[in-house]
Design a protein around this ligand. Structure first.
Ligand SMILES: C[S@@+](CC[C@H](N)C(=O)[O-])C[C@H]1O[C@@H](n2cnc3c(N)ncnc32)[C@H](O)[C@@H]1O
Length: 192
């Protein structure tokens, strides 16, 4: 019962999932994490949302489902082919801006922007430029990362990187942090 999602899935979910499978994209966020993203997104009415690592838009469609009509979402990926799947399925949503760019470049160029919600699902904003992205979070803002539990496909040395990342986040007293040993290992942070 706890691992079941009984609420309606986003309208575009099945189409994106099918297109992702056809394209061979295997990095999509898992559905439990997506459901959590929707729940958290709904806590930020008129929010400014940022997603680093759009992929094919699977998590994006859940975030959009949680957002109200006054909210906006910027989502960034550096792979145009997979970003096009998100564009084809979600491009009509006026709240969404999909940007094909290197995440690190985009962060550096937009460092003064503030966000109420950041889902960092790419290297930049997670293992790279972390302080910069946390600095872009407004007070009370939510920062989410996943894939923190060990996975078979982790390259050598990645486990240490994850351990260091979690230790650093734990050490910051301007953040309230909860680490969930659930789904792929989700970390939820709010800025104090
Ligand atoms: C884990 S996947 C994101 C999956 C996405 N949440 C979903 O549900 O489909 C990570 C994504 O980050 C993108 N990426 C990797 N390096 C990047 C970079 N330097 N800048 C922007 N995007 C990057 C990849 O192309 C990939 O789509």
């Amino acid at each position: 019962m706890f691992e079941q999602i009984r609420q309606q899935y986003p309208l575009a979910y099945n189409a994106i999932k099918t297109a992702s499978e056809r394209s061979g994209f295997t990095m999509a966020s898992e559905v439990l994490t997506c459901s959590l993203l929707k729940t958290l997104a709904a806590s930020k009415p008129a929010g400014k949302f940022l997603e680093l690592g759009t992929g094919t838009g699977l998590a994006t469609t859940w975030i959009l489902d949680g957002m109200d009509s006054a909210s906006t979402l910027i989502s960034i990926d550096n792979d145009e082919t997979i970003l096009n799947i998100a564009k084809e399925n979600l491009g009509v949503d006026k709240r969404l801006k999909l940007i094909c760019a290197d995440g690190a470049d985009w962060i550096r160029q937009n460092i003064k922007q503030k966000f109420s919600f950041v889902f960092a699902d790419a290297w930049p904003g997670k293992f790279l430029l972390l302080d910069e992205v946390l600095g872009m979070l407004e007070k009370g803002g939510i920062y989410i990362i996943d894939d923190m539990l060990p996975q078979q496909n982790w390259p050598d040395g990645h486990a240490n990187k994850v351990t260091d990342l979690l230790a650093y986040l734990d050490s910051r007293d301007d953040l309230a942090i909860t680490k969930l040993g659930w789904a792929t290992g989700v970390v939820i942070i709010t800025k104090k």
